[in-house]
Design a protein around this ligand. Structure first.
Ligand SMILES: [Zn+2]
Length: 251
């Protein structure tokens, strides 16, 4: 049976039988992969630590007739805070669900792998979970090829600097005042929010740690990016309600 190596993050695990589980991995080499981890729920099992949700590990797998099987794994980083702190856990579950819903199995994309790792770092020890998720959402959409048009009017190509703008999820970008009518559901977008979106596309996650945003800008960022994602999603996200609940309740 052919063996292969993967560097991967565990997105999900699902129990199988008494001691096994099926894990969904997002790997650097092969994108999303599902595999069986035999015995991984037994205490002291060598697969136990590395197959917990959000763990980052090196895996050795062998392929068989059905799902591939994990033979060995070596934990690189456990991200255990994401399984302990309710708000951080909800945010990580949201990220994992987006990877699961919008990415097909076996599509390699190293950019998405490194975005996942940097996002888990931000969610683990960053101060501003809210802004980290907005940054993640825009970078994620861009890496999938759905980057919204933010430098000119998405309909007429006209200038947008200093003008009253709206954002169209349907057209995938900013509308100048002459083109508002192109999408009756377009939402308002202030210049401050537009600038923040553009900064997200060029800055590193490290910069995000020192960035702040006014409450009005945060609300617009959340709304605009949610609209962008909703046009791509096959169904409503289960994790979004959990996230809204823990954030709203201030757990
Ligand atoms: Zn226009």
């Amino acid at each position: 049976m052919p063996l292969y190596r993967l560097e991967a993050v565990v997105l999900y695990h699902r129990y199988l039988g008494e001691a096994d589980k099926i894990v969904t991995l997002y790997s650097r080499e092969r994108g999303k992969v599902r595999a069986v981890a035999r015995g991984a729920r037994r205490p002291r099992n060598r697969l136990l630590a590395g197959t917990q949700p959000y763990s980052h590990s090196d895996f050795l797998l062998f392929s068989g007739k059905g799902l591939d099987t994990i033979s060995q794994c070596e934990l690189k980083e456990s991200f255990y805070t994401l399984r302990e702190d309710l708000q951080r856990m909800a945010a990580a579950a949201y990220v994992a669900e987006l990877y699961d819903l919008l990415i097909e199995e076996g599509e390699k994309n190293e950019g998405l792998f490194f975005l996942l790792l940097s996002t888990l770092h931000l969610l683990t020890d960053g101060e501003d979970i809210d802004l980290a998720l907005r940054y993640f959402e825009l970078r994620f959409l861009s890496l999938l090829g759905y980057q919204p048009q933010l430098t000119q009017c998405v309909h007429c190509g006209g200038p947008i600097e200093g003008r009253a703008l709206r954002f169209s999820g349907q057209l995938g970008g900013v509308l100048c005042p002459d083109c508002w009518g192109q999408d009756g559901r377009a939402v308002s977008l202030c210049q401050g929010t537009l600038e923040m979106l553009k900064r997200f596309l060029t800055m590193t996650p490290r910069t995000l740690r020192v960035l702040g945003a006014a409450p009005a800008v945060r609300r617009e960022l959340e709304r605009v990016l949610r609209i962008c994602l909703e046009y791509r999603l096959p169904r409503e996200l289960k994790s979004r309600r959990f996230l809204a609940l823990v954030q709203g309740e201030g757990f």
